[in-house]
Design a protein around this ligand. Structure first.
Ligand code: PLP
Length: 402
């Protein structure tokens, strides 16, 4: 069999922004009005318009534009009433900004196990539900748990759910958008998410008091009237003087580049899923590769892909990543002992009290992750899948597979 040609594409390259976004940014720069509260008599700021449009797209009455996804998480925790020293539950498979946001408000993360489908283990959540009043649920890498069962459990236990939707912007459960189940949905517009403004965040909710506090926390000065998707002004009266300003606003430049991307999101989701499904089908031909299952209720956004190699040792995990790298395919492995770039696991967050999560540990040790930029075409997908199959098949297994 002829050797596969090396994959020479770039798995980390984003598409350029649409011309409309570039033009909108230029218009903001030319106007000089970069701050969201700079008055243009009779006009709505770009940040305010983005909030209105995103709220509409998401199907929530309220939306707040912020400096980052991490700030959205932090402000959501504060607006939900989390105080220093409070325990906050979170699924253990997530990205560093989640435990970071919990630490930023002085709270204490209590991690909950995940299962082999990469979602929160509802049995472990039920065991730990009485330890906290808030659950920060990270739909990590776009995998959603049974949201109906989770919300029922949370309601019964009196848990407020804050959804980290950094990887589920545009995803659905039973046709309902991810982020619309809990008290709040937190989104990121950092470059590797589904909308790209370099850095940025969006926070959505249907709870007027929660959103009034969040807007004030974001640093609204006393200009909250200028927000595009805010609760009625009367709601602010009770909290306007008792809520600190934490300066986490989004500026008009980023809002201007995001607005033209929003109408393209639905078609980008179809493009991502085509790439995702083609590679997933390709690698599933190897008996050594296990793909996490997805529930039929789940409408996912395939902006990245994960697979497990059951029985893989640490040495084999490292060998697989370096073999794939030589083939031009950048894989990430969640079992690494040291954090690598964006990829880390709960063991690396040494500022947390030690957590015992044997089931999660076991899942992460065998888990490989691949980012899927929209720049991939069908031939790229087939070549990537062939390389992954070949790299996995080459691993010397000592009868570890069942
Ligand atoms: C990107 C991301 C965030 C937010 O990150 P920012 O870089 O602060 O926008 C939160 N959670 C997860 C799982 C993420 O991947």
């Amino acid at each position: 069999m002829p050797a596969l040609p090396r994959f020479t594409g770039d798995l980390t390259r984003q598409e350029p922004l649409p011309q409309e976004a570039i033009d909108a940014v230029n218009a903001v720069l030319e106007s000089g009005r970069l701050h969201r509260y700079e008055p243009v008599p009779g006009e709505e700021s770009e940040a305010s318009a983005l909030e209105r449009e995103y709220a509409d797209w998401q199907g929530r009455p309220y939306c707040l534009a912020l400096a980052s996804g991490g700030q959205a998480l932090q402000i959501a925790l504060r607006a939900a009433g989390v105080r220093p020293g409070d325990p906050v539950l979170a699924n253990a498979f997530t990205l560093a900004p989640v435990p970071g946001a919990i630490a930023a408000v002085g709270a204490e993360a209590r991690l909950v196990e995940i299962n082999e489908d990469l979602v929160i283990d509802l049995d472990d959540l039920a065991r730990k539900a009485d330890q906290a009043k808030v659950l920060m649920l990270s739909h990590m890498r776009g995998h959603q748990c049974d949201m109906d069962a989770l919300m029922q459990l949370a309601d019964e236990a009196g848990l407020t759910v804050i959804e980290d939707c950094a990887h589920t912007m545009g995803a659905t459960w039973r046709g309902i958008r991810s982020g619309n189940f809990g008290r709040a949905g937190c989104f990121s517009t950092q470059s590797y998410k589904h909308l790209n403004s370099g850095e940025g965040g969006l926070l959505t909710s249907a709870d007027p008091e929660f959103m009034a506090r969040a807007i004030l926390l974001s640093g609204a000065y006393m200009l909250y009237e200028r927000h595009g998707a805010r609760p009625p002004l009367a709601v602010f009266n009770d909290v306007r003087l008792s809520t600190p300003n934490m300066s986490a606003r989004m500026d008009n430049v980023r809002a201007a580049m995001l607005r033209p991307q929003l109408p393209r999101l639905e078609s980008n989701i179809r493009r991502w899923n085509r790439i995702h499904d083609r590679i997933a089908t390709g690698i599933a031909q190897s008996a050594r590769i296990h793909l996490p299952r997805r529930a039929p209720q789940e409408g996912y956004v395939g902006s990245s892909l994960r697979f497990a190699v059951p029985g893989m040792t640490a040495a084999q995990g490292e060998a697989l990543v370096s073999d794939a790298a030589e083939r031009g395919v950048a894989l990430k492995w969640f079992g690494a002992s040291e954090p690598v770039g964006y990829t880390s696991n709960y063991d690396s967050w040494a500022y947390l009290p030690p957590q015992l999560l044997p089931q999660t540990r076991n899942v992460l040790d065998g888990l490989i992750d691949l980012r899927l930029p929209l720049t991939l075409d069908d031939d790229d997908c087939d070549l990537i899948a062939a390389h992954i199959r070949a790299a996995v098949e080459r691993l010397p297994f000592a009868g570890a597979l069942s």
